[in-house]
Design a protein. Structure first.
Length: 322
């Protein structure tokens, strides 16, 4: 199989953002693809507040190298449905991981039986890790740029006492139900907070263009955004320890079946580089690649570097039958 030959010369840039819709458990999920007929399936998973369009500078590169490059709007983000706690319950990386697993089974598998590569940014990295743990035989590799969540180096996983955990979850639920997220989101859109946040995330400010601001702002303006944010806040705050990075990495390290690459910007203000170094030091099978003068979203801030590093990593995994 000529895995890495250049192909798909008729690729059109517009295909990157052409929306496709998939019914997942009654919810409308939006996704895009470039080079769908290519041999190697790869899914790009965006970070918090972003969408499939955040991979605008990556899909074409991979589609021209024989990858079927999919970008997916996680439920609650982008153009996918924004359910609240009444519609879906709590939203967390377990739910998003189930979404990705079903996407592989229902959308990718009818066309492609190959192992899937998962590439994530921040929250998307956590979702990719969660997915890899549950279906590691179907995942070729995970590229996380960067990986959020607190990392515990001790071998013991803290398990909350049932009554304490129940009380904590009730408190979290009540707090976020009454917390005025509608007002907060309104102020965020009116006071320029989104652009301020992007300035913190990006080291190279010139990359913050109108397209980027629009793709982050548009989902927030939807009338259902507050209810789905509430479901996320409750879900991520009350999730079990087994869905946090420390536990998931320990699970994945038991078999080491899924090669794992961390790509980290040394100027990341959101998730500092020392966390990446801590992960790589504790989990020696994890490879860390540090990108100089780059921030939290390397794939969009320095796409040529990100694409090349990711591609070289995948290409060098010769033992994988992809």
């Amino acid at each position: 199989m000529k895995i890495f030959e250049f192909m798909n010369n008729e690729f059109k840039e517009d295909n990157i953002n052409v929306p496709n819709y998939w019914n997942w458990n009654g919810f409308k999920i939006c996704w895009s693809v470039a080079g769908e007929e290519n041999e190697i399936p790869i899914i790009f998973l965006h970070g918090f507040g972003a969408s499939r369009k955040h991979w605008r500078n990556n899909l074409e590169y991979f589609s021209k190298r024989n990858f079927a490059a999919y970008s997916l709007d996680l439920i609650g983000f982008g153009d996918s449905d924004q359910p609240g706690i009444r519609q879906i319950g709590r939203l967390n990386n377990e739910i998003w991981s189930n979404q990705v697993k079903d996407f592989i089974a229902q959308v990718i598998r009818p066309k492609n039986s190959g192992k899937v590569i998962l590439i994530g940014n921040s929250l998307g990295s956590l979702v990719a890790l969660t997915c890899a743990v549950s279906i590691e035989d179907k995942i070729a590799t995970v590229i996380a740029s960067p990986l959020p969540d607190q990392i515990q180096e001790n071998k013991k996983i803290i398990i909350n006492k049932p009554l304490l955990k129940k009380f904590k979850n009730i408190f979290i639920t009540i707090f976020f139900i009454f917390f005025p997220l509608e007002i907060i989101l309104f102020l965020i859109t009116k006071l320029g907070v989104i652009k301020l946040g992007l300035n913190s995330a990006y080291f190279k400010k010139d990359n913050i263009d109108s397209e980027l601001i629009n793709l982050v702002t548009k989902p927030v303006l939807r009338r259902t955004s507050a209810r789905t944010l509430r479901a996320m806040c409750i879900g991520m705050s009350s999730r079990d320890e087994k869905f946090k990075s420390s536990y998931l990495l320990k699970r994945l390290s038991a078999s080491k079946k899924v090669p794992f690459l961390l790509i980290w910007g040394d100027k990341d203000n959101f998730i500092p580089l020392f966390i990446g170094k801590k992960i790589a030091n504790f989990h020696r099978w994890v490879k860390l690649k540090i990108i100089s003068n780059s921030g939290h979203c390397i794939h969009d801030e320095d796409p040529s570097i990100f694409n090349k590093v990711s591609y070289e990593w995948i290409k060098d995994l010769k033992h994988l039958k992809i």
